[in-house]
Design a protein around this ligand. Structure first.
Ligand code: IMP
Ligand code: ZN
Length: 366
């Protein structure tokens, strides 16, 4: 596992509330339990249960959201999630989250996102690049990376992680609520928001409900990624592919026609192996579409989806793909490096990341 941790990696499909440490969830549950707001043993049972169907996963998210309702907690989990990804050498992270309203906590979508940004700001053990513009204070940002991606110039010897944000539209939302999220993303563009995600329970909501907001986002230059084909809804899959998002997530329930269309469009696919197996959207890894997409040279990127909920990590996903599909370390490294082509940040960041990978290639033993 050490080798997979030491390799630089790019994470493009991680949901904030799905990536919380179990220890933090337990602590939050205990606090709410002490205040009589939840029944702790029930919550503990749900948190520690690791095999979950897709339906159970969404019940789990409803529970997690009960535990993470105030601004302070949103900042805390954001900080911890960044630290955890950085600790396993994720050098670029696109973190997605659904901006939420919670009247009783004085929270609206904007204040929720401000709490997320605060979480990014208070990360202290790693240097976080959160802005769309390059930060020239540190030579690492200008492309000069020391070994192990350490930024030596500021004398802190800290690792560096680029973080960009995607705002998620939940499939339970109305057209107006989706539009509000897109407008918020536009307002926060200078703060590292680069795109929009459509997620949530795939059996809820209609594509046409979200389309106006997604079209508006696209017109305004935001990049879009869609959870696509988590359930066999061929009409929706075709409509989503016709929309031409910049990437899609999952692509589990595609038939021959959908594969042909996806491949001809060359749309990058965010692949989440453990998530697909745990939620039973794919019955086993031997029939997972990763193999066919990899062999046919289709653009793919390995991601965690919900590292907390599914007890995984980006390093774990690379290790799993290597052992399950018989791919050597050098090829896996190349797969990780290719992911740089599909990030939503600009060319400058891409070039800097390529340098990080090239430098790492000189020191890693393949
Ligand atoms: P949040 O957006 O930070 O609250 O992260 C949790 C949310 O991400 C969930 O409530 C879902 O809307 C979404 N999500 C997480 N995992 C999945 C998935 O596997 N499929 C679809 N949506 C998901
Ligand atoms: Zn997802």
């Amino acid at each position: 596992m050490n080798w997979w941790v030491s390799m630089p990696k790019v994470e493009l499909h991680a949901h904030l509330n799905g990536s919380i440490r179990d220890s933090t969830l337990m602590e939050l549950a205990r606090e709410l339990g002490d205040r009589g707001l939840v029944h702790f043993p029930d919550v503990e049972r749900v948190i520690l249960k690791h095999d979950r169907s897709l339906t159970e996963v969404f019940k789990m998210f409803d529970l997690i959201h009960v535990l993470t309702t105030d601004h302070e907690t949103v900042s805390r989990i954001t900080k911890e999630v960044i630290e955890d990804f950085a600790a396993e050498n994720v050098v670029y992270l696109e973190l997605r989250t659904t901006p939420k309203k919670n009247v009783s906590k004085g929270m609206n979508k904007k204040s929720y996102m401000e709490a997320v940004l605060e979480g990014l700001r208070v990360v202290s053990n790693v240097e976080v690049d959160i802005f769309s513009e390059p930060n020239f204070d540190c030579p690492a940002s200008a492309g000069i990376y020391a070994r192990n991606n350490e930024c030596e110039s500021n004398g802190t010897g800290k690792k560096k992680i680029y973080v960009r944000l995607l705002l998620s539209i939940d499939r339970r939302e109305t057209t107006e609520a989706a539009m509000e999220t897109v407008k918020l993303a536009l307002e926060m563009r200078h703060l590292g928001v680069v795109g929009i995600d459509l997620s949530g329970n795939p059996i809820i909501g209609e594509w046409l409900t979200f389309l106006p907001a997604l079209e508006f986002a696209k017109e305004q230059g935001l990049l879009i990624t869609l959870h696509c084909g988590e359930v066999p809804n061929q009409v929706e899959i075709h409509a989503m592919l016709d929309f031409l998002p910049a990437r899609i997530g999952h692509a589990c329930c595609f038939g021959e026609e959908e594969w042909a269309k996806l491949k001809s469009l060359k749309l990058p696919v965010e692949i989440c192996l453990t998530s697909n197996i745990r939620t039973e959207t794919i019955s086993s890894l031997d029939i997972h579409h990763f193999a066919d997409l990899y062999i046919s040279g289709h653009p793919i990127v390995l991601c965690t989806d919900d590292s907390g909920v599914f007890s995984t990590s980006v390093s774990g996903e690379y290790s799993l793909a290597s052992s399950s599909f018989g791919i050597q370390k050098r090829e896996m490294f190349q797969l990780a490096r290719n992911a740089v082509n599909f990030i939503f940040a600009g060319n400058k960041v891409k070039q800097e990341l390529e340098q990080v990978f090239d430098l790492a290639a000189k020191t890693l033993e393949f």
